[in-house]
Design a protein around this ligand. Structure first.
Ligand SMILES: [Zn+2]
Length: 86
């Protein structure tokens, strides 16, 4: 499966304030301890599941998602609990 990464419009502003923490892939707010990740592809436009190999050329790697964003229904099927490739 593959879908568009629906980044918050305030992603850059929030990421600038994240400091040493890693910005959430969706909202940009800092995450101190990452627990779930998404695989970002399409040069940053998409997220996809590990069994989907289309668009792999735009592989941007794994990025963490904070708890509130991880609860959103559209992203739940794409969450990865261990950030490694099969
Ligand atoms: Zn977030």
């Amino acid at each position: 499966m593959i879908t568009r990464l629906r980044r918050s419009k305030s992603w850059h502003r929030n990421a600038d304030k994240a400091g040493a923490d890693t910005p959430c892939a969706v909202c940009g707010q800092g995450i101190r301890t990452s627990r779930v990740w998404v695989w970002i592809t399409g040069g940053g436009d998409n997220i996809q599941t590990l069994d989907e190999h289309r668009d792999i050329a735009g592989d941007m790697g794994f990025h963490p998602v904070g708890p509130s964003c991880a609860a959103k229904p559209w992203i739940r099927p794409y969450l990865i609990t261990h950030p490694h490739k099969p």
